[in-house]
Design a protein around this ligand. Structure first.
Ligand SMILES: [Zn+2]
Ligand SMILES: [Zn+2]
Length: 330
């Protein structure tokens, strides 16, 4: 019989469709590993084409060139200029569309995706994201900052050159608020952080673990909403990503490289979305929230049932997915 599992952190129900479940290797996407050149003269993110992006806001230099650079998005979702204003007319609520939308170009090489990068390169990307995250939060119009990555067709990416994006919004998104509320409720009931409790449970259970390092645990959640949905939790309780230390940055770079390489070799380089979920640096001492990373390989498409119910159907059994990725050699 299928079972419904409750994801305590997102408060979403998922049907683990064990009767319809596929074997982990059936999610492999063939033909995703195509040959891409190191440099493309039509690509605005390739070296030599810096003039085709809006004026750079940060770089990690490499002689005259760069290792990582950040520019505003040429087609931003929100405008950098203007005031944040609220207008409430009856039941119609409006906020002016101000915010920040930046692109972190991960490497000068057009075809170097994260699983194939060296650890130092990934560490530079994380350092850059941390610096921009802190900087964007200094803008008084910004209420929330999301760091994310869309990789591959099917994950919503429009440019092939490896990059991440950072968006600062003038309101707090519902997903963030509901996670904070769930964390607060759990703390209220138990006196404990929900993420710390989840970590303890996953470490002692062990069936869904993929990687356990000094500072981070990489695992498939008990109620994974989709096949191979992966969480990376820092072991140290902290509400905000901006507090990450140099030692943790290296450890996280290793964890990221490992899990993305396991996707790359085990699932044939699937499209994926990655999100860093964190509170505002001002809330760094909060006991109710604990920052983490969520990665969703796009090996299936969500459909009407998910849209209509906010519930999910997962045709992969989390314990089997984790075992498969644990055993994928990288
Ligand atoms: Zn490029
Ligand atoms: Zn915690």
């Amino acid at each position: 019989m299928p079972e419904l599992r409750l994801n305590l952190i997102t408060r979403e129900w998922v049907i683990i469709a064990n009767e319809r479940a596929k074997r982990p290797d059936e999610f492999r996407k063939l033909k995703n590993k195509k040959n891409t050149p190191e440099y493309l003269d039509t690509c605005p993110f390739c070296p030599g084409n810096e003039g085709r992006t809006p004026e750079e806001v940060m770089r990690i230099p490499d002689g005259k060139g760069w290792k990582v650079r950040v520019t505003p998005n040429k087609f931003p979702a929100l405008s950098t200029d203007g005031q944040r204003e609220r207008k409430n007319e009856g039941i119609r609520h409006l906020v002016t569309g101000v915010g920040r939308h930046e692109v972190v170009i991960e490497s000068p090489l057009h075809n170097l995706s994260m699983p194939l990068m060296d650890i130092e390169n990934i560490a530079n990307i994380i350092r850059t994201c941390r610096e921009r995250f802190v900087e964007i939060y200094k803008d008084p119009r910004i209420e929330h900052v999301i760091i994310f990555k869309n990789f591959g067709e099917g994950a919503g990416t429009s440019l092939e050159h490896p990059h991440m994006q950072i968006i600062g919004t003038p309101v707090t998104p519902i997903q963030v608020r509901s996670r904070i509320e769930e964390g607060t409720r759990y703390f209220d009931n138990t006196g404990e952080c929900l993420i710390c409790a989840t970590l303890k449970d996953e470490l002692s259970d062990g069936r869904r673990l993929i990687l356990n390092t000094e500072n981070f645990v990489t695992f498939i959640p008990y109620a994974a909403l989709s096949p191979f949905h992966t969480w990376i939790f820092p072991k140290l309780h902290c509400a905000t990503f901006s507090s990450i230390t140099e030692e943790e940055i290296y450890d996280l770079s290793f964890s990221l490289k490992t899990i993305l390489s396991k996707y790359y070799f085990g699932l044939e380089n699937p499209a994926f979305n990655l999100v860093i979920r964190s509170q505002n640096p001002k809330e760094c001492a909060s006991e109710y929230f604990h920052w983490y990373i969520s990665i969703v390989p796009r090996v299936i498409q969500t459909a009407g049932f998910e849209l209509g119910s906010g519930m999910y159907i997962n045709t992969a059994i989390p314990e089997e997915s984790a075992e498969f990725l644990r055993n994928t050699k990288v």
